[in-house]
Every structure is written in structure tokens, then in C-alpha cells.
Design a protein around this ligand. Structure first.
Ligand code: SAH
Ligand code: SF4
Length: 357
């Protein structure tokens, strides 16, 4: 039987796995064992499943597959950020970034995962947008990025503690809200305490402002954090930076965010890339204060990471500080995103999954 005809077990929940095993004439309890092997030990070869009878292992190997994405390449930056190039079953590639969180000890990691191969939104400043759009990822391919990265941590770095990856951010390649159903499905997979076990409060989804997705998320009764890429506080500029703003101008976007906060009771993060000479005047700061002050919101300022071939420039540290001060003096809750991995093009918006040397 060739690969395409095999049943994909990655992505199945316990119920699906039970049904599959029953259909193979196997007892139900095998599902739990196999589930543990996949989601707790990142095992993709049936031969390694030592508590499964040999005969069943052979049979599973003939009929089923567990496609945890393979790490093709990795680069490590000076600050220990790691960028993985992961390959999907159909050979499409995405990037996943492992970011140390534990200060000097580097004992906790945040993982930035991709939701699409490329991105159809095409923001003017973003390397992913410039790389075009190929397809959306399925839920198992998103959860698979976490498993593939955990496996790499365990194998290469001899780090055996599976819980080292404590936070997941959907801020890699792609627009999550244009792949809503699969993204949500993957969140529940990551959250399952019998498997990967990442708390909902440790998961963040970032959107360029796809209003339909924000409206749906508001009604999910889920504890994840919503991050909205703002980048400009007037429609003229925002449409230039984020083409999606023509479909959902600021008025509609802000209305949906206000509704999201009202329904979910959750604080929203606004991401704002600082682009030299583009969106950092006093008038920009004032407009942002006016727009966000009434809301339960945090602002995350991101110094632009330059992308070769694109015209935008990173502002100086002095300009960054000035803009930050205007906003905090205006009463906003602002954090300055620490720069990570820019020397290996693993920082926000530098992901393009080009084949590396
Ligand atoms: N598509 C989603 C999530 C992925 S991008 C979104 O746009 O929100 C994650 C974040 O990185 C977004 O806030 C995005 O605007 C930002 N980003 C993109 N390119 C960047 C760059 N070159 N430098 C800094 N941030 C960038
Ligand atoms: Fe897509 Fe986000 Fe990049 Fe815009 S910033 S092109 S929405 S990945």
C-alpha cells in the first residue's frame, strides 16, 4: 500500500482512534496506548510502540501512518532562538520558531507556529506575504509542528522534559483566521491533557484583522488570547500596509474587537510594528491612544525586522523609546517586544521558508 492510501492517525482524537482500531478488529484500549505514543512521546514509527503486540504493529505499519513533520533544517541564533524548517507529507515546507523564555537558563520555550504555506493577505512589509500563497495547513499539521519541535528538542538537545514548550503563538506564516476551522481544531489538540497538554491561557492567535474570524472566536468559550495586528490607526495608511483593511476597515475591525471583549471578557493584544518614517509620529501615537484607551487592551510594539527587497526600515532606538513614551504617557498598557532571532531571519515576518544554504 502506498503512503497516500494509508490512514493518517495524527490528528485523530481518542474517539476517532478507538473507532479506527475497532474497525481493524482491535480492542478499544489500544487507542489510548497509541494516542500516548503519538502525542506524549512524538513517536511516528509503529515499531517503536513497545507495548503493542508485534503483529498489530506490522498491520498498522501497512495500513496507517503518523505524519509528524520532519525537521529538514535548523538554524540557531545568538540568543538561542531556533528556526526549524519543517516538511509536510506533500513536501510543502513551513517554518516554526522556538523561542527561549527562561532568561539565562533557557529552560522554557515558546513556539511560534505557521497556519498556512505562504499567506494570501500580502501585507506590504511581510516576507511571508511576499512569498505568495500555496495552501492552508490542516490541524494535524499545526499540532505536528509542536510534536516535530518537541521531538527535535528531545533528540538533538537531549532535553527529555516534554513540557518545556509552555506557550504556543500562532504568529508564523499565514493568516490563522483564513483557516479558522483547522486552527481551532488544532488548538483543542494542543490543549488535550491526555496528549500535548498546553493550557488554553498559554495559546495566542494573531490576526491581521479578519473580522469574521474575530466574531466567531468571541463565541467559542475558549480561554486563548487574541492578538490583532493594528500597525496603523487610519484607514488610508492601514490599507496600504494590510490589504485586508479594504475589506474590513478600522471601524468594522474595532467594532468586532469591542464585541469580542464584551462577550469573552478577555483582554486583547494589539500588535504594532514600528516602521521608520511611516507610522510613528506624534499624530500616530495620539490616534492610537484615542482608538485603544477605551478598550481592555494591551499594546505590543514590535520594532520592524527588515526584509530584503522590501522598502521599510527599522526605526532607531531613540525613536522607539519616544513612541513608547508617548503611548504610555497617554495611558496605554504597552510592552516592547524583545527582539529574537533576527540574525537568522526567525523574527516576526521574516519567515519565508526559502531553502537555506
Ligand atoms: N497573519 C497574522 C499572524 C502572522 S504574522 C498577522 O498578520 O497577525 C505575526 C506578526 O508579525 C504580525 O503582527 C505581523 O504584522 C508581524 N510582522 C510581519 N512582518 C514583520 C516584520 N518584518 N517585522 C516585524 N513584525 C512583522
Ligand atoms: Fe500574512 Fe500576517 Fe504576513 Fe500579513 S503579516 S502577509 S497577514 S502573515
Amino acid at each position: 500500500m502506498n503512503m497516500e492510501n494509508k490512514t493518517e492517525l495524527l490528528g485523530m482524537d481518542i474517539g476517532d482512534l478507538e473507532n479506527y482500531l475497532l474497525s481493524q478488529g482491535q480492542p478499544r484500549f489500544r487507542a489510548k496506548q497509541i494516542y500516548g505514543w503519538i502525542y506524549r512521546k512524538e513517536v511516528s514509527s509503529f515499531y517503536e510502540m513497545s507495548d503493542i503486540p508485534k503483529e498489530l504493529r506490522l498491520r498498522l505499519d501497512e495500513n496507517a501512518t503518523i505524519s509528524i513533520p520532519r525537521v529538514l533544517k535548523q538554524r540557531v541564533s545568538k540568543d538561542n532562538t531556533r528556526k526549524f524548517l519543517l516538511e509536510m507529507k506533500d513536501k510543502k515546507k513551513v517554518e516554526t520558531v522556538l523561542i527561549p523564555q527562561g532568561g539565562d537558563k533557557n529552560d522554557r520555550y515558546s513556539l511560534c507556529i505557521s497556519t498556512q504555506v505562504g499567506c494570501p493577505v500580502g501585507c506590504a512589509f511581510c516576507a511571508t506575504g511576499a512569498s505568495g500563497f500555496q495552501r492552508s495547513l490542516q490541524a494535524y499539521e499545526m499540532a505536528g509542528q509542536v510534536l516535530g519541535s518537541r521531538r527535535e528538542l528531545a533528540k538533538r538537545l537531549k532535553i527529555q522534559d516534554r513540557q518545556l514548550i509552555t506557550n504556543i503563538v500562532y504568529m508564523g506564516m499565514g493568516e490563522p483566521m483564513l483557516n479558522y476551522d483547522e486552527v481551532l481544531k488544532s488548538v483543542y489538540m494542543l490543549n488535550d491533557h491526555r496528549g500535548i497538554d498546553i493550557g488554553q491561557r498559554h495559546i495566542t492567535i494573531s490576526t491581521a484583522g479578519e473580522v469574521k474570524g474575530i466574531q466567531r472566536l468571541a463565541r467559542e468559550k475558549i480561554q486563548i488570547t487574541l492578538a490583532v495586528s493594528l500597525h496603523a490607526c487610519n484607514n488610508e495608511l492601514r490599507s496600504r500596509l494590510i490589504p485586508l483593511n479594504r475589506k474590513y476597515p478600522l471601524e468594522l475591525l474595532m467594532e468586532s474587537v469591542a464585541e469580542y471583549i464584551e462577550i469573552s471578557g478577555r483582554r486583547v493584544t494589539f500588535e504594532y510594528i514600528m516602521l521608520d518614517g511611516v507610522n510613528m509620529d506624534l499624530t500616530d501615537a495620539r490616534a492610537m491612544i484615542k482608538l485603544l484607551k477605551p478598550l481592555l487592551a494591551n499594546v505590543n510594539l514590535i520594532p520592524y525586522n527588515e526584509v530584503s527587497g522590501l522598502e521599510f526600515k527599522r526605526p532607531s532606538p531613540g525613536q522607539i523609546r519616544q513612541f513608547y513614551n508617548w503611548l504610555t504617557e497617554g495611558g496605554l498598557n504597552v510592552t516592547l517586544r524583545e527582539e529574537r532571532g533576527s540574525d537568522i531571519e526567525a523574527a516576526c515576518g521574516q519567515l519565508a521558508a526559502k531553502r537555506e544554504r
